[in-house]
Design a protein. Sequence first.
Length: 175
Amino acid sequence: MTVLIVTLYLLATIDATLSGYSAAAGRSALIRKGPHYRRAMLRGFVLGQIAAAVSLSLVVAVMNAAPDRVAFRADLALVWMRMLHIYLPFALMILTAFAFRLIPSVDVRCLTSTLVFGPLAGIRPLVGIAGLAWGVWAAPRPEILAGGTVILILWLSLESMLGFPYRTRVGETAP
């Protein structure tokens, strides 16, 4: 179970960090965007750690409240394992695209942004829902579905929260 928790934590941390990148993408006219993206990714990482702590607290609270803790833990482990069937391939696609961005070519960076990051950012909520549904299908407990839904909403709202500094009112300029 510890391996599952650590794996999900690492995937969530990567997701939050890259949500910071996604929120900042296309928001700066700077020529050298490296520092801009690093700051955005750091904000994503930090907000992700807060979300991970809240998520873990919710899981621990529900686990402690379960009348049949041993069976609940077994069901939770099954759900998490099945969620990884969806989340790991998605994360691998994103990390592979980031590896291509190490090639010092503007054309390659533009292609990865247009052909990979744009569409994958668009289907990210669907991947989250699919992972949760696939996991809960194996152990359809109401408390797992409810807790998983709350945690998924928290994680899917990260990119919007991270994009807040880039939104401006009419007539104002972005920072």
